[in-house]
Design a protein around this ligand. Structure first.
Ligand code: FEO
Length: 161
């Protein structure tokens, strides 16, 4: 079934997001931006949870989980702004993938998968907004280290949903 293949593909996309965000954690740790690192660590954990939601669902609907190879994420970044812009671009890409997957579930009249994906559609709106807000604040901060440290402090207070 096409929807099973597409679910396996999306499991990989979510794990890639987790991997990408881990690479970003390493960058922020290196730069002593502990608040950004903490925020990204949580983001990484959320991506693993997203992957597992799809993983469990695929098994529940009688599909077969076939894990795919995960690409190597970038290991160097120019600035916190570049990192967050990349994270935003990645979330936008994931949103597109979720919408495509939804389309396949509609085509195949897989109603259970459509219901699950409604959660993901809403989640992606939130994901894009939260990352987009940080990009916007970093753009406002410009080259000010004080403003950057203020944002870092703010991100340190993120708590799990
Ligand atoms: Fe699983 Fe950040 O989207």
């Amino acid at each position: 079934m096409k929807v099973h293949d597409a679910l396996n593909e999306q499991i990989k996309n979510e794990f890639y997001a987790s991997y990408l965000y881990l690479a970003m954690v390493a960058y922020f740790d290196e730069k002593h931006l502990d608040g950004f690192a903490h925020w990204m660590r949580m983001q990484n954990a959320e991506e693993v949870a997203h992957a597992m939601k799809l993983f469990d669902h695929l098994t529940d609907i009688g599909g077969r989980v076939v894990l795919q190879a995960i690409d190597q994420p970038p290991s160097t970044f120019k600035s916190p702004l570049e990192v967050m812009r990349l994270a935003l671009a990645h979330e936008q890409h994931v949103t597109e993938k979720i919408h495509e997957l939804y389309g396949v579930a509609v085509e195949e009249r897989d109603y259970a998968t459509q219901v699950l994906l409604q959660w993901f559609v809403t989640e992606q709106v939130e994901e894009e907004k939260s990352v987009g807000d940080i990009v916007g604040r970093l753009e406002l901060a410009g080259d000010s280290p004080e403003a950057l440290l203020l944002i870092d402090q703010e991100l340190a207070s993120r708590i799990p949903e």
